[in-house]
Design a protein around this ligand. Structure first.
Ligand code: G6P
Length: 575
């Protein structure tokens, strides 16, 4: 949530490069954006436009997902101190900003925004009145409460100062340039060398490189690491939308993951299997789409006789009992979701062990875990997660296979390609669903998580009210909402006769039924799409991909901003 970028170069670079890099982080928030290059302060509302003249050797930029203060130019970052000596960008939440603000107001500081972040600029300016920046920064560290990744520029210094506590911050070492950013995607096309900040660390980054310090200002050594971030050479942005491009990349992404699970990730995969086998209690912790993948994973593992639990990370500490015999497996695309990090901290404090399944390499969640696997979906730009979900589900199915779930994973890419050939039928369904304000998606067993995920995708991208639920639960309330013509999408796994009964129950009340099925005879209807697989493990994954396409085409029919839905962000780094 919120993306920050700072670039320091030996030779002057066009300031708009800051916006170009920032655009790569736009999925972290897109309410407003801004930059400061030592001379010019630019702040705008809305999506990032890479524009402007000017050159600089150091500049900072920010793309905002509003928390404190509405969406306005004055609440956009960077924030300047009163005398303009200090400029800051911030990702996170300063919990004691009101208290600090009151103290600074008493000292004569004047605030121009409603944000919590502005207090950082004033606090630093206040510190600089009496001490050099090297001493003012540890004071800032001591006095700020909350979460922050901060980049600060101080007039008269050709450096950027970077501070981190709980919000993500990484440094990319490129040829002749150093870039500070919220995640590696800001610079992954410039360099594969990065330094990952840990909590309560800071840096002074100048033209000749970076110096690192702990929160008290004591120098520390932080070596750069090489990272690998898969780029797909698949179709270019299809119809101008990353969402469709990323769905169509799924066969390649699954192929890459399966190859690596049998190759370079095999030792880690085998260790995870052993760890799960040895541990009395296994709990998945995740949010959003990743949570739905873990529900599917829990189902797969349950079918092998291995019982695991899954919890939404924001409620983890309220529902999970963790002890030394508990393994918590975090599943997260970004590897930065604050609620998941919080669940892991809770698990650690209670003596539990931690493993992770992430997409973004070297992310915080990966670094917190004693063992981690990468889903290798590659960069996912559309805020609504698609190929990452599929790869999470495939990895969890592979895990279940290690416990005895019968499935041939190797055919998944081809099955997905066959599904994509039915796009026209899915689009026709989507166009009809898009005419309604509400849609219900029902599943049972392994299609229940898929129903939830499909509903989430539809809500996120088309803004249609969608409920994904257990078919059996329908008659305990929701069926009251079914009227003549209400669309109900039923996910019918051939092996489950009960979901057919649930579908009949709503049909009898006038619902317009749409079906995704691998049932040999049910798929012929004009409102049905047949997914070719006799294996129900694979059916779950194919049905989810079909649901993604339905959501995409419904959003397209309604002309929604598909890749950047209102109010959402891809990486949720606040609680
Ligand atoms: C946000 C994103 C979702 C994602 C969820 C969890 O809500 O928009 O796409 O599923 O966060 O994120 P994670 O990175 O932990 O998977």
């Amino acid at each position: 949530m919120c993306g920050i970028v700072g670039i320091v170069s030996k030779t002057p670079y066009p300031s708009r490069v800051l916006l170009d890099r920032l655009k790569r982080l736009e999925y972290r928030g897109y309410d407003s954006y801004g930059l400061y290059d030592g001379r010019t302060l630019l702040r705008r509302i809305g999506g990032i436009r890479v524009e402007g003249g000017g050159r600089t050797t150091a500049g900072i930029a920010h793309t905002r997902w509003a928390t404190h203060g509405g969406v306005s130019e004055r609440n956009a970052h960077p924030h300047l101190s009163c005398d303009g000596r200090v400029a800051v960008v911030h990702n996170g939440i300063i919990e004691n900003y009101e208290e600090l603000r009151r103290g600074l107001l008493r000292k004569g500081h004047r605030f121009t925004s409603e944000t919590d972040s502005e207090v950082i600029a004033h606090h630093l300016e206040d510190g600089l009145r009496r001490r050099p920046v090297e001493a003012a920064l540890p004071r800032l560290f001591r006095e700020l409460k909350g979460t922050f990744a901060v980049l600060a520029m101080v007039r008269g210094r050709d450096e950027i100062f970077a501070l981190k506590r709980d919000s993500p911050l990484v440094l990319g070492a490129a040829e002749g340039r150093t870039i500070l950013a919220s995640d590696i995607y800001a610079f992954s096309d410039w360099t594969d060398r990065a330094v990952f900040f840990e909590n309560d660390e800071m840096a002074a980054v100048g033209p000749s490189g970076a110096r690192f310090f702990d929160a008290t200002g004591r120098p520390i050594r932080k070596p750069a690491r090489t990272f690998r971030w898969e780029q797909d050479r698949g179709p270019r942005r299809t119809a101008g939308h990353y969402m469709l491009k990323e769905i169509l990349e799924e066969p390649a992404a699954v192929g890459r993951l399966l190859f690596s699970l049998g190759g370079d990730q095999k030792p880690a995969f085998d260790r995870l299997v052993r760890l799960i086998r040895r541990t009395r209690k296994v709990i998945f912790a995740s949010c959003g789409t990743s949570y739905h993948a873990t529900l599917l994973g829990a189902y797969y593992l349950h079918r092998t006789g291995r019982e695991v639990q899954t919890l939404i990370a924001s409620e983890f500490r309220h529902f999970a009992k963790v002890d030394a015999e508990t393994l918590v497996v975090a599943v997260s695309q970004s590897g930065e979701t604050m609620d998941v990090i919080d669940a892991l901290k809770y698990a650690r404090a209670n003596g539990g062990r931690i493993a992770a399944i992430v997409n973004v390499p070297h992310s915080t969640i990966q670094r917190m875990s004693e063992l981690s696997l990468n889903i290798l979906a590659g960069p996912e730009v559309c805020v609504a997660s698609t190929k990452a979900f599929v790869n999470q589900a495939v990895l969890l199915l592979a895990l279940a296979r290690a416990f005895g779930f019968p499935v041939r994973l190797e055919t998944i890419p081809d099955r997905l390609r066959a599904l994509f050939r039915q796009r026209a039928r899915l689009r026709a369904m989507a166009v009809r669903i898009a005419r309604s304000r509400d849609v219900y998606i029902i599943g049972r067993g392994l299609t229940y998580p898929v129903a939830r995920e499909t509903a989430l995708k539809i809500k996120e991208t088309s803004y249609i009210h969608a409920e994904g639920m257990m078919g059996g639960e329908l008659k305990h309330g929701t069926i009251a909402l079914i009227e003549k013509g209400t669309p109900v999408l039923s996910l019918i796994n051939a092996g489950d006769p009960d979901i057919i009964s649930n579908t009949k129950e709503v049909e009898a009340r006038g619902a317009e039924i749409f079906v995704l099925t691998n049932h040999p005879t049910l798929g012929g209807d004009r409102n049905a799409v047949h997914l070719k697989t006799a294996n129900d493990g694979k059916f779950g994954i194919l049905a989810a991909a079909a649901g993604q396409l339905i959501a995409y085409y419904a959003a397209a029919a309604l002309g929604r901003p598909i890749d950047k839905p209102r109010n959402l962000a891809k990486s949720v780094t606040v609680k």
